[in-house]
Design a protein around this ligand. Structure first.
Ligand code: HEC
Length: 144
């Protein structure tokens, strides 16, 4: 009896460990987000953008919450809230998935959100230049 109890506790623990390691860092990662309309995806204004300001937005100031709450400190989609989401937040460190995600695509989704996912629109709380700042931070820090 006691043995069965210990066994089932062990099984539950290992299941939890497996599911949380799957939530972040999955690669290649399925992608629910739609492609930005033509011209937008090819746009790239990160040249003059400020990655340090982007880091502030990503880790602290974005509204309704910091990007890292979902996308994680390491940019792998393993943030505290992200673990509960389906689909999972984008894993920016996954080259195989990110090869199809241009700077302009990121700009468009950060501004307008991604329907049917937890990714909300930030176009009312971030100015265009601030969105380019956070795109530059993500691309220079996490994207390989
Ligand atoms: C509530 C959780 C959450 C927060 C907060 C959040 N995201 Fe997301 N994000 C998601 C999810 C979920 C997706 C969609 C994943 C998919 O396409 O399958 C996503 C997708 C994205 C994409 C994907 C673009 C693509 O085409 O694949 C980018 C870029 C992005 N987020 C950037 C950000 C930035 C920058 C912030 C902060 C300003 C932010 N996110 C805040 C959950 C979040």
């Amino acid at each position: 009896m006691k043995k069965a109890l210990i066994l089932s506790v062990l099984v539950i623990f290992s299941l939890v460990a497996v599911s949380s390691s799957f939530a972040g860092g999955q690669c290649p990662q399925p992608r629910k987000t739609k492609a930005a309309p033509g011209g937008v995806a090819g746009k790239d204004d990160t040249g003059k953008a400020d990655a340090a300001n982007g880091e502030k937005i990503y880790t602290k100031t974005a509204k309704p919450m910091a990007c890292k709450m979902c996308h994680g400190d390491a940019g792998d989609g393993g943030g505290k809230l992200g673990k509960a989401l389906k689909p999972s937040p984008r894993n920016f460190t996954c080259a195989e998935t990110m090869k199809d995600v241009s700077a302009g695509q990121m700009f468009h989704i950060i501004k307008n959100g991604s329907a049917g996912t937890g990714m909300v629109a930030h176009g009312k709380t971030l100015k265009d230049n601030e969105i380019w700042d956070v795109v530059k931070y993500i691309r220079s820090t996490f994207v390989k």
